[in-house]
Design a protein around this ligand. Sequence first.
Ligand code: AMP
Ligand code: MG
Length: 304
Amino acid sequence: MDTVMDLTVYGDEELLTGASALINSLDAKLSVTNENSDIYAVNSGKTAAVSKETAELISFALSICKKTGGALEISIYPIVRAFGFTTGEYRVPAAGEVAELLQAVDYTKISLEGETVTIPENMLIDLGSVAKGFTGDKVLEYLKENGVESALINLGGNVQTLGAKPDGSAWKVAIADPSGDGGYAGAIEIANKCMITSGNYERFFEQDGKRYHHIIDPKTGYPADNGLVSVTVVGESGALCDALSTALFVMGPEAAAEFYKTGGDFEAVLIKEDGSVLVTEGLKAAFTPLGRYKDAKVTVITHD
Ligand code: AMP
Ligand code: MG
């Protein structure tokens, strides 16, 4: 998953070996670049029988693509690749190239029958927006099945917890300052929950004074520029939090607030470009702004 992972488990040390093996095996199935992965098989052959886990994640991701009106779009990959986010050879594709690539982007054309995935000839899919959260869920399931009652796993800044700390208190997890300076914008107390962030500071390059980051707005084919710099989603399912952190980032603050109001079993902290913060009502008490956000304007979004 091209990231650093930390596992803290209160239990048998050998469970760490099992957890690492599980992470590596899921990565080998879900990776878009690994030539032996299920996703690589789908992208190169346009139809492939995939593992149970890959089918499960594709099915879940498609349901969220639909629910978010296409803000989450697992066939956006050709555009992510055109900007060079897969190789690090960054470039800004011309408008014509983006328009052409966009024609192949449409998750409704992905078919999943049992464990067979079929996509159109010119399409490429990628589960990068949901794979870490899904993997975290599977690791926590594995630990729980093996008797662990307290664990915290950090997959590239996405934190997923099993239970509370051994002393019964909540875990205090920080949200990165979106300036990318290594500081914190806030902290949230969670237990038995996941906390997953998407931000425009995680992977980006600059050209002619403009920032191009890795979360693409499927409506435009360019990096989402809808007023947010960071979105943290808190909930019980890592896959859901991961999918929604990406999707809400694309939506922007107003549509994201509307999405929260109309349902959904999650909470969120949205940091706007102007330095203000939106917090959903369920997180109001658990969230503490920090650092340069200490005195930020914080608005609470209610379900009403
Ligand atoms: P995340 O860090 O979970 O927000 O996922 C971002 C990654 O998902 C990017 O690096 C791309 O590979 C991919 N991606 C970018 N834009 C989208 C989108 N609108 N829907 C789904 N995946 C996306
Ligand atoms: Mg995500």
